[in-house]
Write a protein that binds this ligand. Structure first.
Ligand code: ATP
Ligand code: AMO
Length: 429
């Protein structure tokens, strides 16, 4: 019976494995094959004088990255990977691999990102690339565990919607029978409606779509958002939840993904909580002192500003107390100074990871803010309705999964954290 390669040890007597031919080294009388599956690599050596006819023929015909079945006795060999090898009584080509390969899986020939993404199925055969997705899977699992343990309901909101969430731009229109419809930018309106539904604590990990024209290393047109909404909570409460979750994600990856981290050469440091809270006004001062371009109170933080503040802070941090004018309509203004609001961004020194806020829960104030942003309350009718029928105070945030993974693992380009990234030029594969 076939076993995972990691289960073959120097003490194993016999083993049958299936996997891809990772490397072939032909020394004339001997040929070394490295066989790889998801769990590891094992060597098998075909000795011309000793192997059967069938084994010799397969060893001659097989190309790299073909799928093979190898079975035979196991010997301890100090020089082989994992200190063991299989003597091939069976060496069968199960599924041949065409040549030449569009991409070198052993990375002797480096490939640019576009070539890698065009042949993503081959690219992810590289242990170093697979490690990113093993870690991403663990982060997703850790998120579900963490929030479920705290009593959150996991919800699923529609991705086909009739209204913008984050303002009128950056929407993908879609053909939806005779109606006007879009791909959703954020579960924002729906998670808030579930607060009126009495769910109290909800989360969703799902796709968001942004029709951003530009091509950057930290923007995708289809991203994954971890969204949370909590009733009877304010901005301060959900900031604590957010930093605790981020620390938990790091700790879980450190605990469960030691091999993947080694493959990536990453030494993970769990960020210390609480993250510093930096009021927006102070963030602007830091940026103004450190960058050449003009920046003043009331401006959005440019990429250069984010970078300068990040260098000063040197760790994860929050930017709080934003001007109401540059945050979405749903952010709650301070009662004593409505020009600033209870919104926050959570930052990694390299970039923004999350935005959130205490929300406006009063119907009339919300209508006023929607109008103040130049939007029409009529197009938000379905969203505004629940605010008339007992909407509790609430707060929440959204965090980009790919940016979290990118910053955790020090990846240069956000596309490396997505199996099949969607960007300005890429809809295939
Ligand atoms: P928001 O929280 O407002 O929705 P976001 O989550 O998209 O924004 P970013 O895209 O990281 O956050 O934007 C942060 C800042 O980076 C923006 O205010 C803008 O000044 C700058 N920025 C955004 N897109 C680009 C781009 N394509 N090139 C250069 N700078 C950009
Ligand atoms: P925001 O628009 O800031 O807030 O998005 C939240 C987080 O989602 C990630 N993100 C992206 N990642 C990659 N590519 C993109 N194009 C992209 N756009 C967003 C970022 C960002 O910090 N409704 C609010 C959240 C809330 O208040 O609950 C929202 O969507 O990491």
């Amino acid at each position: 019976m076939r076993v995972p390669i990691s289960e073959v040890t120097p003490e194993t007597e016999r083993a049958e494995v299936m996997g891809w031919v990772h490397e072939i080294r032909d020394l004339g009388g001997l040929t070394f094959f490295l066989i790889r599956d998801r769990t590891g690599i094992v060597q098998t050596t075909v000795v011309k004088k000793k192997a059967s006819e069938a084994v010799l023929q397969a060893a001659k015909d097989v190309s790299r990255e073909s799928v093979v079945r190898v079975a035979g006795p196991v010997k301890a060999i100090a020089k082989a990977p994992g200190g063991r090898e299989i003597t091939p009584e069976t060496f069968e080509i199960v599924s041949p691999c065409a040549t030449p390969l569009p991409l070198d899986v052993v990375e002797k020939v480096p490939a640019d990102l576009d070539t890698r993404l065009d042949a993503r199925f081959l690219d992810v055969r590289k242990p170093r690339v697979a490690a990113i997705f093993k870690i991403r899977s663990t982060v997703t699992t850790a998120t579900y565990e963490f929030l479920s343990q705290r009593g959150f309901y996991n919800i699923a909101t529609p991705k086909v919607v009739a209204a913008a969430t984050e303002g009128g731009t950056e929407l993908f229109p879609i053909a939806y029978f005779e109606k006007e419809a879009f791909l959703n930018q954020s579960p924002q309106l729906y998670k808030q409606m579930m607060m009126a539904g009495g769910f109290e604590k909800v989360f969703e990990v799902g796709p968001i779509f942004r029709a951003e024209e530009h091509n950057t290393v930290r923007h995708l047109n289809e991203a994954t958002s971890i969204d949370v909404e909590v009733s009877f909570a304010d901005d301060r409460d959900v900031m604590v939840l957010l930093e605790d979750l981020v620390a938990h994600m790091y700790a879980t990856v450190a605990d469960r993904c030691a091999d993947a981290l080694t493959d990536l050469g990453v030494e993970l440091e769990v960020p210390k909580t609480p993250f510093p809270r930096l009021p927006y006004a102070e963030a602007i001062e830091i940026a103004a002192a450190r960058i050449d371009e003009p920046i003043k109170y009331g401006d959005d933080l440019s990429t250069a500003a984010e970078k300068a503040i990040g260098e000063e802070m040197g760790q994860h941090y929050f930017i709080t107390d934003w001007p109401t004018a540059i945050k979405p309509y749903y952010a709650m203004p301070y009662e004593d100074d409505p020009s600033i609001c209870k919104a926050f961004d959570m930052m990694h020194p390299r970039m923004e990871l999350s935005s959130g806020a205490q929300r406006i829960h009063q119907h009339d104030l919300l209508v006023e803010q929607i109008k103040a942003k130049g939007l029409s309350p009529e197009s938000f009718e379905f969203y505004l309705r629940p605010f008339k029928y007992g909407m509790p105070p609430h707060a929440g945030w959204g965090m980009g999964m790919e940016r979290l993974i990118m910053t955790m693992l020090g990846l240069k380009n956000i596309r490396e954290a997505v199996l099949f990234p969607r960007d300005r030029h890429r809809v295939v594969p």
